[in-house]
Design a binder for this molecule. Structure first.
Ligand code: FAD
Length: 306
């Protein structure tokens, strides 16, 4: 972990800072990365993004839930997102994290919650994507995904694969045989050398390999990155291999590389914005600042603007 990243995370963990930022943070500029605290606020933002030609995946913030009650509340809140999308007619699907839905409590309990969510996605002709978390949870996440996709279909349930993991190549091969919809990311967690490539160069190379494999298998692929080299490579790859436009999309995070998101839309590409909302925004927000400490400048600028 770099010094600046560590410093940001240490400052962010200070109780006084946590209290102050949690109270005033959205006004202070966290709203650059978080689409409000309520579902209504988030839907308003989805409408605006849709008007600009962007589609969305909504994410209810919250992670590492430890009680069944919290996991059930999160499940109910996610079901409500599907209803709100259907009622408002916005173009959005939903992304979820299994630790928010009780994976750390028990696999079966989490599966039960995910059955409700996947059934709702299908009922509303929508789609739920299961985010990938840290490496000790990968196998359970894949197992749970396979169960759901067999029952509800690949049009309604998708998964994320991380290019920093050594195992991902064989996972993409196996999942490709099932024809499922994958989002490929580099990976956001701190992983040991025995499970993940330590060098960025290898992570990037593996990223391209996984995207190429999945597209050549004829499977829907979401290329989720802000890395312009990868985006440009993908544009070339789809052209040279006659990959149809309805087999892939680009994805980026809300508030990150806004100009690039709109530029791709203007060029005719499908771009989906991962848009998180909810009261539990503090850990997500500090990770975005830690990823790129220059982001703290946006926060300060918006403070002085108001
Ligand atoms: P990097 O090489 O990290 O960055 C490339 C360039 O992008 C940088 O030079 C910089 O200019 C820009 N950039 C990157 N991050 C930021 C930022 N925060 N602010 C401003 N500029 C930035 N990870 C998981 O482990 N599991 C998931 O389920 C998951 N889902 C994701 C969904 C989406 C839609 C996206 C975009 C990412 C997701 N991630 C997930 C995170 C991902 O793994 C990376 O940590 C993150 O995308 C940063 O890597 P990068 O591909 O953008 O490339």
């Amino acid at each position: 972990m770099s010094f600046s990243r560590k410093a940001v995370l240490t400052i962010a963990g200070n109780p006084l800072v946590t209290r102050f930022v949690s109270k005033y943070g959205l006004k202070l500029g966290a709203s650059r990365f978080v689409a409000g605290e309520t579902l209504d606020e988030a839907v308003d933002i989805v409408k605006k993004l849709n008007e600009e030609g962007l589609v969305v995946t909504l994410d209810l913030l919250g992670e590492s839930v430890t009680t069944e009650e919290e996991a059930r509340q999160a499940t109910d809140a996610i079901l409500a997102i599907f209803d709100a999308i259907a009622q408002s007619g916005v173009h959005s699907n939903v992304s979820v994290k299994l630790t928010q839905l009780g994976l750390d409590i028990s696999y079966d309990f989490c599966l039960e919650n995910m059955h409700r969510i996947a059934a709702k996605a299908k009922e509303k002709s929508n789609f739920v994507r299961i985010d990938m978390e840290d490496s000790p949870r990968v196998q359970q996440t894949i197992d749970l995904f396979k169960t759901l996709v067999n029952e509800y279909g690949k049009e309604h349930v998708g998964l994320v694969i991380q290019s920093y993991l050594y195992r991902s190549e064989s996972d993409v091969k196996e999942l490709g045989e099932m024809g499922v919809n994958l989002r490929i990311v580099k990976g956001a967690y701190k992983e040991p050398k025995d499970v993940a490539f330590p060098d960025k160069k290898d992570v990037d190379e593996n990223y391209l390999k996984l995207v190429a494999m999945h597209l050549k298998n004829g499977c829907y692929t979401a290329i989720a990155t802000h890395d312009e080299n990868i985006i440009n490579w993908t544009k070339q790859f789809v052209k040279e291999n006659n990959i149809p436009d309805d087999l892939y999309e680009f994805q980026m995070l809300y508030g990150v590389r806004n100009g690039l998101q709109r530029q791709l839309v203007a060029e005719g590409y499908k771009v989906r914005v991962y848009t998180p909302f909810g009261k539990d925004w503090y850990p997500y927000f500090t990770r975005r600042i830690a990823e790129r400490p220059a982001n703290a400048l946006f926060v300060l600028k918006s403070f002085f603007k108001d």
